[in-house]
Structures are given as structure tokens and as C-alpha cells.
Design a protein around this ligand. Sequence first.
Ligand SMILES: Nc1nc2c(ncn2[C@@H]2O[C@H](COP(=O)(O)OP(=O)(O)O)[C@@H](O)[C@H]2O)c(=O)[nH]1
Ligand SMILES: [Mg+2]
Length: 348
Amino acid sequence: MKATGSNGLGCCSDGEMSLTNLPDPEQLALRIQRGERAAVASGLNLLDNKLADARACSARLLASLSGERWLNEGHLIGVTGPPGAGKSSLVSAMIREWRSSGRTVGVLAVDPSSRPEQGGGALLGDRIRIKNTTHDEGLFIRSLANRNQMGGVATEVWPMSWLMFSCFDIVVIETVGVGQTEIDIAEIADTVCYVAQPASGDAIQYLKSGIIEIPDVFAVNKSDLGAPARKTAAELGRSAPRQDRREDWDYPVCLVSATMNTGIKQFQDHIDRHRSYLVNAGLLGKLRTRHHNAWVMRLLKEEFGTFGLDLAGGPAAIGIRLSENRSGQFLEYERMRQHIMSSFKSSD
Ligand SMILES: Nc1nc2c(ncn2[C@@H]2O[C@H](COP(=O)(O)OP(=O)(O)O)[C@@H](O)[C@H]2O)c(=O)[nH]1
Ligand SMILES: [Mg+2]
């Protein structure tokens, strides 16, 4: 769904754009934390709105949602892999399993082939039989299908993940694997899952590309095809362990079939085990802080260039400021942004 611009949302601050009906961010945060789906939808629309008033409002919304939960709770899972590997089908099978065990799920579908809101086609919404789940308060799917046209994951995905995180146990980001997206998803997700297609040659290309270093858990889907799936799983398995990877994580390779619903639970158990590993090693909070810092650097650099980064004190000082203010890091970002803008103005 395209960003809501000046047509739907309005004003919450006294910025230069005169808009109407911007939501009250603190109220909206409370409703999001209660898991109200309409509030989640309008929160995501707000984060998508780049007008000045909406930005200020977004920063306040994110600040209201910030907190300790970010450092310790929830699970942000990236699912990537080539088109047609069965990512959407697999995510759907996983959603069924998670929901039946009472865990709530938010999905950001960045894969252009997953357009649940638009109906028709080979879509995530179809795969989970959306007519049965529309009234499921514990599931929310948002398509960002138009966001990775340039080959990377759009910067909105990080704050959107954060927002969903404040009301769902699990947040899944489905992205089609085209190189840069995999690099980007590794800077967002706690756990990166790669879904391979049997006997397509993709897995081999993947092994050669160096991107193999990124995922934490591998799934070879379409195991119902038999030998080709087992061969691909063996190839992926042989590529581990890799020297520069964490020694105490085993990079499991799972054989699954989304359509036959086999191997799903085992795959999810490995994903859960990866989260436990991060927690036990004291890495989860650090990883999220690192991801947030990378996001701030990327945005500041995109908006203001390296000169802007210097105006904010340079990357090292920015990193320190963010780590000192970990539960209010979105507000901290907005403060830095304002500081850079006023420095630019005063140097005119
Ligand atoms: N045989 C078989 N086909 C599957 C399986 N999972 C998905 N597919 C098919 O693979 C195609 C691509 O699936 P989709 O989930 O849209 O892939 P995505 O592009 O990676 O999201 C569809 O025609 C699915 O029906 C599976 O486990 N076995
Ligand atoms: Mg898909």
C-alpha cells in the first residue's frame, strides 16, 4: 500500500506543513501496545508519511513505544531467498503453527510477489487463506511490495519492525533475495533464514556469492520433490562451518515442505534455538543496538552526507550517544537530525 500523504493524516505539532488529523502519538502508542489492528495500521501509515509534521509525530510515536522490551523481548525474523523458493508459502505454514501455539505474529512482506492487500495472484494472503484469518487479532500482515525496487530493503522497514514489535511476539520480514536485500536484512533481523529452491542452481550460486555468510538458519523447501531437495540440503550443509562465523552456532539446514506441511515445527525450533543462543550469549540487545545504530547512520548519511555526520560529531560520537540512550533511541535520532539541520542553517 502506498504511503498516506496529505490526504488521510493530519497535524500533531506546529510544523510548517498545515495538515489535519494526524493522530495523537501517545494515544496511538497505547492502542498499538494493546494490539489494536486499526492502530497498528495507522501507525505504519504514519511512519510512511515523510511530511515534516508527520515526521515529528512519528518520532514521538516511536519514542512512546520504546523501552526495555526492545532489548530483551520478541523475535525479529528475516526470511529471504530467491523468487519462487516458497518463502510466502513457508511463512504461511509457520504462521499457522505459531498461531496454534498462541504466539502473535506481525508480517512485513517486502517481497514484490507478496501483495496480500491487493488480492489475486501468488500472494501471501492467498497462501494463508486470508478469509479465515481476517478476524484473527493475533495476526497482522503489511505489504511493502514496492519498497525494494533498488535492490535493498527500504529504511522504513526498521521503524516499522519496531512498531510491530511492540504488540506481536514475532515479527517476520519476508524479502526476495537479490544480494543487497540479504545484506540489509542481516542489519535488521535477529535471526536470518534463507529459503533455498531445490535443484535450481541458486543454492550453488549462493554458495559462490559470499552471501552464504549471512543466514543463521537454512531451509530447503519443496522437500516433497525428494532427491533434488536432499542434494541441495547436503550442498548447503557442506558449506558450513565457515571460518569467520560464530563458533558456537551450528547453522542448521532443514528440509521442509510448505505445501505438505512437513518439517515446519523443526524449522521453527531451530529459529527459537537461535534466539535462545543470542540471549544466552548476551548478544540480543547488542545486536539490536548495532542494527539501530546502522539504521541511524544510513539515514543521516542519505539525508545529509558525510558532512552531516560530522556535524553530529562523527560516527563514533553518534554511536556513543545512541548507546547511552538505548530506550529512547528514536527520539535521539530525531534530535541529531534537528541539530544537523540547524547547523546547516546557521552555516548559510
Ligand atoms: N512442490 C512444492 N511446491 C511448493 C512448496 N512451497 C511452495 N511451492 C510452490 O512454489 C511456488 C512459489 O511459492 P511462493 O510461496 O510464492 O514463493 P516465494 O516467491 O519464495 O514467496 C508456488 O507455486 C507454490 O505453490 C512445497 O513445499 N512443495
Ligand atoms: Mg513471496
